[in-house]
Design a protein around this ligand. Structure first.
Ligand SMILES: [Zn+2]
Ligand SMILES: [Zn+2]
Length: 264
């Protein structure tokens, strides 16, 4: 279960506008530094109550507490404290997505997967291979370069996916980007995963999307019985949400099973 948090900031007399600016910077820094997910981030205000609100799905249950150790955020919080009339309030709600995993609460990692399976939902691009949960990017101690590579890829993915799923004019272009291992999008994702593996020394896999409807109904966008990158055989794994793995290219994917229903 993920957590949606709403923070409430009520302005001291004459400080409403200035507070709004500080809260806006605070919200966008929480997002770019990876404490709340980009998807679902909300900022709103109530003029009659002189109050600003920030809402977002936390990247980890302790994300708001942990964010205070971030230099820009702690500075913004000091500024906000000087502009409010009462201590900010936090409300937390369950953000239930039953079919999705919750948070990874491990503190160390050896094996992770770079993956975004449903870009409509808030989700970290990193999944822990031990528990299957989402790993908050800010907890990984990655360099700024690798973090922004992962973030850039995730935002491209979120941008391209709707063109495919809404089946409009750009559907076939988007399908190629999503499902062809040599597309710009997948090359960026593979490069980000490789950069992360190099920096951490961990086993970092990349999740290659498969268009299961196409593969089953039409005989194939491409049924990847072999790894599309190296041509070697996929190894079957019993590790939902994936069932095929190329250890050489560190690609995982979901393939139709022998009955062809694609469920893993
Ligand atoms: Zn974990
Ligand atoms: Zn391969």
């Amino acid at each position: 279960m993920l957590i949606y948090a709403i923070e409430t900031f009520k302005a001291a007399a004459e400080q409403y506008e200035q507070l709004g600016e500080a809260v806006g910077s605070y919200a966008s820094t929480l997002d770019t530094a990876g404490f709340i997910f980009h998807k679902g981030r909300m900022e709103y205000q109530d003029d009659s109550q002189q109050t600003h609100y920030v809402g977002g799905v936390l990247c980890h249950p302790d994300a708001l507490q942990d964010s205070l150790a971030h230099t820009s955020i702690s500075e913004l919080r000091l500024q906000i404290d000087s502009l409010v009339c009462s201590p900010p309030m936090v409300q937390r709600y369950d953000y239930g997505i039953p079919q999705e995993p919750g948070y990874c609460t491990h503190d160390t990692w050896q094996s992770v997967t770079v993956c975004l399976r449903n870009p409509w939902l808030p989700a970290s691009p990193i999944r822990c291979n031990e528990c299957g949960g989402f790993v908050a990017l800010y907890r990984l101690n990655l360099s700024e370069a690798v973090r922004s590579e992962l973030r850039g890829w995730a935002m491209d993915y979120e941008g391209i996916y709707p063109f495919w799923s809404l089946s409009g004019d750009y559907e076939s272009w988007a399908a190629k980007e999503l499902f062809d291992v040599n597309s710009g999008l997948n090359q960026c994702g593979l490069a980000a995963a490789a950069a992360m593996a190099k920096e951490t020394g961990w086993d970092v896999s990349y999740s290659l999307e498969t268009d299961l409807d196409e593969t089953i109904d039409n005989g194939g966008f491409e049924v990847h019985l072999r790894c599309p990158k190296c041509g070697g055989p996929f190894r079957r794994i019993d590790d939902p949400p994936w069932n095929a793995h190329c250890p050489r290219c560190r690609i995982v994917t979901l393939q139709p099973d022998e009955e062809g229903d694609g469920s893993a």
